[in-house]
Design a protein around this ligand. Sequence first.
Ligand code: SF4
Length: 403
Amino acid sequence: MENRIKSVDKMKKIMKKYYLGAKYAKYFGKKIAWITSGGPVEPLIAIGIIPVYPENHGAMIGASKIGAKLSEYAEGLGYSSDVCSYAKLDITSSITRQSPIGGLPKPDMLICCNNICATVQKWYEIQARKFNVPLFIYDTPFCHVDLDDSAKKYLKSQTKEYIGFLEQVTKKKLDYDKMQEVGKLSVKAMKIWQEVLDCAMQKPSPLTAFDAFIHLALIVTLRGKKIVVDYYQTLLEELKERIKNKIPAVENEKYRLLWDNLPIWYKMRWLSNTFAKYGGALVADTYTQSWCSVVDYVDENNFLETMGEAYARVYLNIGTDKMAESAIKLIDKYSIDGVVLHSNRSCKPYSFGQYDIARIIQEKRGIPTLFIEADMADERKFAQAQVENRISSFMEVISQLRN
Ligand code: SF4
């Protein structure tokens, strides 16, 4: 059984207000930018543009269990079933307006950062043509092991071009003092988010990766706004209180697990309950860490000059060895007994290297790994009975190793 975190109600209200604000942006003379989840949002906030995230919208659609229906619609338009479901859901819902919030507000511009995958580039080109709006591509070199000086210089030039693009579209000059303030708030939010996730180092953990997936919405969408810092502070206090009173996220936590890849939005509760039945608590994940793990590369007093490097070092833009290194750090930090890897049909950059990562984990830490084949938003890719059997065998192995 799971103990619910109460702050989540406050977060839902903030998200509702944010989406309403975006919906009525035109009435307040505000522009809307659609932006990729790993994109540099801070300059948008500083210049007064409302950022909107098709991927967050895709997660909502997935959680509402209409992802399969809308993916099928996209396939009927000629998109392959192998195309990322977030892209298909966005393209479909911008035509049919089907979604839990009746579709996203029309964009005035699109901002695509290719630090997460190559799909976003084609997807945003399609939408830029559809809406007939300008598209800016913030290009991040791949960081196999490290970034050399020319890559860092290139990233600075990308930031400069990005600001120029925003000033041209809005016909406004960026206020650099405001930018600095937004940068500081963004860094602060990332640090508190890390503190939130680190509460899971406690045994028993007061939160699970499923809680982290839900609470991620704010750091993704409104990073750089004070409301995000305030909310995570409230959440952190609640978690500290739970630690003090020994309130666990999973009753009788026996085994601590790490999740890799995006969540399976339409099966979160089922997965959480199924693992909990065996005393398994998914206490950490590689996904939600992406929004704080690069904070050390940003200088909050020189945000604009340094943000490019941080954005180029996110989890999906680093080599497989580096990904395995990050996963092993999490295994040690959160005292992990086993790793669950969601082999995600949609997300190739996340899923391709997973078998190598699992092998490295087994070699270096000798803990078991479990693969779950699915898709983050398309229910057709999830075979429940098969997954249930695999979880049962996996938990059996973990318990035998423990004993
Ligand atoms: S392919 Fe992966 S990173 Fe790219 S948009 Fe889809 S889920 Fe996100």
